[in-house]
Design a protein around this ligand. Structure first.
Ligand code: NAP
Length: 289
């Protein structure tokens, strides 16, 4: 039986996203549009789960016959203890955002970093091998993104963070897993690092709505012709991206990461290619509402 037939029966495929809060999530709009475009009879629900109900909610996936769920703030780390299998990359990243229910066996994946890199390659920089990459920020999002970038064999990854210790610790940890040349520094080294970086990636919250005039570094430090990527998608173009674009850089916004982390999750659940363009349109439409 093909994957398409398998999920096209009279029983709907049940999917959802667990978080607290959850009302603001764009995932239901994105995934319901994807299910429809792919011709899959199913639905994707926003599931408001408070931390003290997480274990019961995870058991509920099996009891209710959900095919899978996404997990978002604040459950991405805590949920790991309730799963049967954790994918190697999710274990290394230390967080799960996607769960697949295979006949009652729950497997956790992390699609954030892999989704980000797929978006970066498809939308801005097709080839990452041999590139010098500067990553601004050393928080939860940075960890998944750097892990996935390292798999692409860049020449070097330099992590720059406001709190230097956090950058150093993250670099040391990822290096200890054999992930290549990864260094960690404070922002005082940013100007020198950015002068030679081929790709600059902002994973900090600087510039996110409502602080839209903030920048994590002076955009003038980034060399002309470099690629500049920002994980932030509200606003769709941050000040960092706008000023970099005006200086002749290739720019890449955070909407793609959101869409592609969903696309990779969709493919884990259904085994068919995700309709990425439909998903992007659905998210943009939900912004306009
Ligand atoms: P986090 O774990 O709280 O880490 C925040 C990071 O930002 C830390 O490195 C922090 O530095 C730095 N930071 C915060 N405010 C700053 C400022 N004003 N100037 C310089 N550095 C600042 O958060 P996260 O989960 O990694 O998320 C970070 C960003 O990624 C957010 O904007 C989030 O919206 C975005 N994101 C996007 C997607 C997507 O799908 N596009 C997915 C996940 C996250 P310190 O260590 O010094 O505090």
């Amino acid at each position: 039986m093909s994957a398409e037939n398998k999920f096209n029966s009279s029983v709907p495929v049940l999917l959802g996203v667990m978080g607290d809060p959850i009302a603001h999530s764009k995932s239901p709009a994105m995934h319901n549009a994807a299910l429809q475009a792919a011709g899959v009879h199913g639905m994707y629900m926003p599931l408001h789960v408070q931390p003290d109900q997480l274990e019961a909610a995870i058991r509920g996936i099996v009891a209710l016959g959900y095919r899978g769920v996404n997990v978002t703030i604040p459950h991405k780390e805590q949920v790991m203890q309730y799963l049967d299998v954790i994918d190697d990359s999710a274990r290394l990243i230390g967080a799960v955002n996607t769960i697949v229910n295979e006949n009652g066996k729950l497997t956790g994946y992390n699609t954030d970093g892999i989704g980000y890199v797929r978006s970066l390659k498809e939308e801005a920089v097709p080839q990452l091998e041999g590139k010098r990459i500067a990553v601004l920020g050393a928080g939860g999002a940075a960890r998944g993104v750097i892990y996935a970038l390292a798999l692409e064999k860049p020449e070097q990854i330099s992590i720059l963070n406001r709190t230097a210790d956090r950058a150093l610790t993250l670099a040391t940890d990822l290096r200890s897993h054999g992930l290549g040349d990864i260094s960690g520094n404070g922002m005082q080294d940013a100007q020198a690092v950015l002068a030679t970086a081929d790709i600059v990636i902002n994973t900090t919250a600087a510039g996110m709505h409502p602080h839209v005039d903030d920048v994590p570094v002076d955009p003038a430090w980034i060399r002309e012709g470099a690629a500049v990527s920002d994980l932030i998608y509200n606003p769709l173009e941050t000040r960092l991206l706008r000023e970099s674009r005006l200086r002749g850089c290739t720019v890449h916004g955070g909407l793609g990461m959101f869409v592609y982390q969903g696309a990779v999750a969709f493919e884990h659940w259904l085994g068919i290619p995700a309709p990425v363009d439909t998903m992007r349109r659905a998210v943009l439409d939900s912004f306009e509402k």
